[in-house]
Design a protein around this ligand. Sequence first.
Ligand code: AMP
Length: 309
Amino acid sequence: MSKLLIVGTVAFDAIETPFGKTDKILGGAATYIGLSAANFNISSAIVSVVGDDFPEADLKMLQQKNIDTTAVEIVKGGKTFFWSGKYHNDLNSRDTLDTQLNVLADFNPVVPESYKDAEIVMLGNLHPLVQLSVLEQMSVKPKLAILDTMNFWMEDAFIDDLRKVIAKVDVITINDEEARQLSGEYSLVKAARVIEKMGPKYVVIKKGEHGALLFHKDQIFFAPALPLEEVFDPTGAGDTFAGGFSGYLTKTEDISFENMKNAIIHGSNLASFCVEKFGTERMENLNRGEVQKRLQQFKELTQFEIELS
Ligand code: AMP
C-alpha cells in the first residue's frame, strides 16, 4: 500500500470569527492535513516540531487516527509555533494578528527511514527550506510531490527559498489571493500559467466558499464548494482540502489528471466539514457515513444533463 509523508506546522492557534473567539487551541497545517487524509485509511506520517508545552494528548489523538508522529520532534524548553487570526464578516478573508515561529525557527526536519520511499509527499505550510530539506531526504523520487504555502512565505525574506521549492514539486495548492501575489497576475487563468512556468505541472487554486480550480496545460477543472448552512471557523479548510486531495491520491495510487478531479472533490468534501466547528473539533469526530453522505450531495449538486446541438 502507498504511503503519504506529511510536512507542516503542528501548532497552537487563537482564532476570532464573528461567532466567537478561542484561546490557544490545537491547529497547524500538518494537523489538519493528517486528520483529513486519515479518512482514507492509509499509512501516513507527520514531520514537524513542537515545544514541550504541547499536550501529549493531542499527539495521542493523531496516533489514534493511525498517523505516525515519531518524526514530530519535541524541543525541551521550546515553545510551539503560534498563529492567531481574525476573520472578517464574510468569513472568506482574514487578518493574521500574530505569527510566532518559536521552535520552527531553527528546525532541522528528519524524515523517518520507513518514509524515505513514500509515493506521495504533501509539503504543508511551513518554512520553505524545511519543505525543501524533506524533499532532498527522500531516497526514492516520490511519484507526486504536492506543495501548499501561504502569503507569509511570499514576503521578501523567504521568497527566494519558496521559489526553490516550487521549482521541485509536481502540484501546488494555494488560494486565489496568494496565486495573484505569487504570479503578479489578476486573472487566475493567467496566474496559473505563470505559476506552471515556475515548475509545478498542476496548479490548484482554492477559492474558499467559491470552490477550487485545477489547471494542467490547457485543461481546467472546477469543483464548487458545498453551500453550507453553518460556517463557524474556516481555519484549516485549505489544509483539510490538501489532506483530502493527497490522501485520496495515495489511496487510489493513480495520479492522472482524471483522478485528480476526483481528488479535488474529496478535498472539497472534507473541507466542508472542517469549517462547521472551531479548530479541529469537527475533523476529530468525523465518521465514514457522514463523509459518504455528503459526497453523494456533492454529486447531486454538480450533475446535470444537457443536450448539445
Ligand atoms: P488554512 O486556514 O488552511 O490556511 O490553515 C490555517 C493553519 O495554518 C492554522 O492552523 C495555523 O496554525 C497554520 N499557519 C498559519 N500561518 C502559518 C505559517 N506562516 N506557516 C505555517 N503554518 C501556518
